[in-house]
Structures are given as C-alpha cells and as structure tokens.
Design a protein around this ligand. Structure first.
Ligand code: ADP
Length: 400
C-alpha cells in the first residue's frame, strides 16, 4: 500500500510517497513558488533514480504542482511506481480542525465545509490546506483522501486545561480557547514511546517535548493529550526560534503606546523578532547559539538557558497535572539533535527521579533511551515522523 502525503502552503507544497505499514519512503520533495515561477524538487529514495533540484516547472496553481508530482512519481526513467493506480490514498495535513475534529477523517463535502468554517481560527494555513485538497481532487478524481489535523490530538484536554480565564462569551461566541498544535507529532512519539517501553499507552504518563523552530510540550496521560503549551495560536507557550511564547499581555499596551505601534506591527515583533533570536541577537538556530555561547557570547548563552528553563518548568507543571510522569520524550530539530539543551532541561530534575545518562545523551536523531538504568523516569529520544503518522491514519481510514 502506498500513501501520498501532502502538506500544502500558500505558495508551496511538500509531499512524500510512503508505505504506511513498513514506513518505507519511496520519494519526497517540494513544489515552491506556486503561482510565481514554479520550482520543483523530487528526491526518489530508490538506488539509481535521479534527483531533481528546484527545476523550472510551470505551476500557475496547486493543480499543476500536484500534476508535476504525479508525473515524476510515474516517470518511466526516474519514477518509483508504475502508475497512479499504485497510489491508494492521499493524506492531507490540515492545521486547524477547531472543535469539529478530534481525529482524522475521510474528506467529504461536509468535511471541506467544516474545514472552511475553521478559517477564522487559522487564516493563513487552512485556506492553503484547502487549496491543496481541492487541487488533488481535481487531478486525482476518485482517489480517497483523508484530512489529518494538527489540533485533533489535543481535543481530549479537559475544560480546565483548555479554557482561558476570560469572559465566558468569548469561548461560546468566538471559540476562544486553547487548541494546541503539533498534535500529529505528539501522537506519533507518544505511540513510539509506549512501544519502546513495552507498555500500553493507557499505562503511561508522558511529557512530550517537541522542540524545533516552533516548540510545544504536551502532557499525555493514558494515551490522551490532557494539556499542551501552545494555545489559541502557535504563538503561546515556550519561547521559540523567533516567537516570544507566553508573556504578560500588559507589555503589549506599554510598548504599543510608547512606540506608536499598531497591533499588526506588535504581533510581527512577537512572531518574527522575538524568541531565542530576539533575546540573543544572534540567530533563531540553536546550532548558531551553541557556537556563539562557546565563544563567550553571554546573550546566546542566556537564550539557551531561558529556553531550557521554560521547558523544565513545563516538565514539572505537567508532572503535577498528571500526578506523575513515567517518561520524558525529546523530539524535533532541537530535541533530536541538541544534547546541550537536553542536558540543561534535565539538570536539577533528579529529585523527581529524572537521571540523564551523559554518555547515552551524546547522540543525534536516533530512537533510544538516554536516561540511566536506575532513572525512575525514562528519558527518550524519538525522531518525529509526522508524514508517517498521516500515512498511517490515512491507511486506517481508507483500507477496505
Ligand atoms: P520546524 O519547526 O521548522 O519543523 P525542526 O523541527 O526541523 O523545525 O527544527 C529546526 C531547528 O532545529 C533548527 O532551527 C535548529 O535550531 C535545530 N537544529 C537542527 N539541527 C541541530 C543540531 N545539530 N544541533 C542543534 N540544533 C539543531
């Protein structure tokens, strides 16, 4: 069985063709500058097949982009499948499912309407995701399609976790609440954690730390998300590459008045000029921070310390929320690769039974246990694979 996974943005589209049962990747790539000049990248994963890197392909709309993907996949010389019939279904990443979706769904007209209804909650992302779905339906009529939502996994949160202490009408009328994001990643790594520990998800209390360019943490109790650090938007929670994370809303009034900024300009500062980049003045990339800190740059060190300190506080908070924790998971770009950040997060948590094994922690991007044998709380490094999770959900919903 082969599943095509599509992650459509407003002018770009990432794709992977993979086998959901074995996890084998057949090909992946990227269409960029859709509606502009069209650049197409194709990376077949089979020996002897040639890669295409940012070649010119006319893509006035997403439909031509998807056609280019299909043409490459079935190409006589460099293709990885014989015909389109070998694509059993398509899984689409959709950012926001609001309260309408607590799991992945087969796409129907009603589902498309419900995704449209969530546009006010994700005005940049959902329209692009919908464009990708409609383009696929046009080019691949009759092929079953599934929507997989970033928010769905967190729909199990109890009201005390997802409600803000605002006038209740803002929830009832305007749907203002915590939704949480990165759900596909948190779901995937918590499933892998159970497998690694030889336990059922229902037996585990997990703190899942997705630390990348965007970062979020989830408390996963008995296989269900019970709290998460991102909120109504992905701006909340941890400081990130360029996003501020949580802050005192009073700061907005103070800075906007002082500098005559409008709300859009203020939000641009919080989304694009803050986080570890804003704090360090060096970079949003943790590799650059590490190098600068090693050369004595104090603000780069401060940015790393601030980030790790906030992660550590969430670990403590979520242990309290769940009444314990069996394992801490590190995933995504920083979580998988940055042993220094992992060490800073775990340092000082020994009192709650968290003991990092310094030698085992000297590893990158490999699924493994990095706590000591006597650590009460296991520490796990698990590379995330959102595409595989999307492919598995898609297969499960479309298999006869
Ligand atoms: P996204 O949120 O865009 O999916 P990723 O999960 O791919 O991001 O994470 C990207 C980030 O991971 C980079 O910005 C960088 O900070 C960090 N990163 C990647 N490789 C390393 C590394 N070897 N050491 C430290 N940090 C790394």
């Amino acid at each position: 069985m082969n599943i095509l996974v599509i992650n459509a943005g407003s002018s770009s589209l990432k794709y992977q063709l993979l086998n959901p049962d074995t996890g084998d990747l057949l090909a992946k790539g990227l269409c960029e500058r859709i509606g502009i000049d069209g650049k197409f990248t194709y990376k077949p994963q089979i020996e002897g097949k040639e890669t295409l890197s940012a070649v010119d392909v006319a893509m006035p709309t997403h439909a031509e982009a998807i056609q280019a993907v299909l043409d490459a996949l079935v190409d006589a010389k460099n293709g990885v499948i014989g015909s389109m019939q070998e694509i059993d279904a398509v899984g689409h990443r959709v950012v926001h499912g609001g309260e309408a979706f607590n799991q992945s769904v087969v796409i129907t007209d009603e589902v498309l309407k419900a995704i449209e209804d969530c546009i006010p909650l994700a005005p940049l992302h959902n329209p692009a995701n919908l464009t990708g779905i409609r383009a696929c339906q046009k080019v691949m009529p009759g092929v079953p399609m599934v929507a997989v939502f970033d928010t769905a996994f967190h729909q199990t949160m109890p009201a005390k976790a997802y409600m803000y202490a605002l006038p209740y009408a803002y929830y009832e009328t305007d749907k203002v609440r915590r939704y949480g994001f990165h759900g596909t990643s948190h779901k995937y790594v918590s499933g892998r954690a159970a497998a690694m520990l030889g336990k059922k998800p229902e037996e585990l209390k997990l703190v899942s730390c997705h630390l990348g360019n965007g970062s979020s943490i989830a408390a996963v109790d008995c296989g269900k998300s019970v709290d998460t650090s991102m909120g109504f938007t992905p701006l909340a929670g941890l400081p990130m590459g360029t996003r501020s994370g949580d802050l005192d809303a009073g700061i907005l009034q103070y800075l906007m008045n002082k500098y005559g900024m409008g709300i859009d300009e203020m939000l641009n500062v919080l989304n694009k000029k803050s986080g570890v980049e804003g704090l360090s003045g060096v970079s949003s990339d943790f590799r650059d921070l590490e190098n600068a800190a090693a050369e004595g740059n104090q603000r780069a060190l401060l940015a790393e310390e601030k980030f790790a300190y906030e992660v550590k506080k969430y670990v403590g908070a979520y242990a309290a929320a769940m009444g314990g924790v069996d394992a801490i998971i590190f995933t995504a770009g920083v979580g998988e690769n940055d042993k220094g950040i992992r060490a800073m997060v775990c340092q000082g948590l020994e009192y709650m039974g968290v003991k990092l094994d310094a030698e085992a922690n000297n590893v990158r991007g490999k699924e493994c246990v990095i706590s000591t044998a006597d650590s009460k709380v296991k520490i796990l490094l698990i590379p995330t694979n959102e595409e595989l999770m999307i492919a598995k959900d898609t297969a499960a919903l479309t298999q006869k």
